[in-house]
Design a protein around this ligand. Structure first.
Ligand SMILES: [Zn+2]
Length: 76
């Protein structure tokens, strides 16, 4: 059971400074929406920033197309 994070939170944010997508390494520019995820995996807190394109691909891959504020792994 090491895959499931013991805490997980995901929010959509608008970049106020330049970030880098954790998946495609593309720059997330100021004003662009991105998805910020944080959680604790196996006791280690981590966070990820995912650009809109990667998040869209992720949502399609997991079959989610609903709201941008729905916490994907919450209560799962
Ligand atoms: Zn990306």
């Amino acid at each position: 059971m090491s895959d499931a994070p013991s805490a997980f939170r995901q929010v959509t944010r608008t970049a106020r400074k330049v970030h880098k997508c954790c998946e495609c390494r593309r720059q997330i520019v100021v004003g662009e929406k991105y998805v910020y995820s944080s959680g604790i995996w196996s006791g280690d807190p981590s966070d990820f920033k995912q650009c809109a394109l990667c998040n869209q691909a992720f949502e399609e891959a997991t079959g989610r197309s609903d709201t941008d504020e729905y916490p994907l792994f919450f209560l799962s």
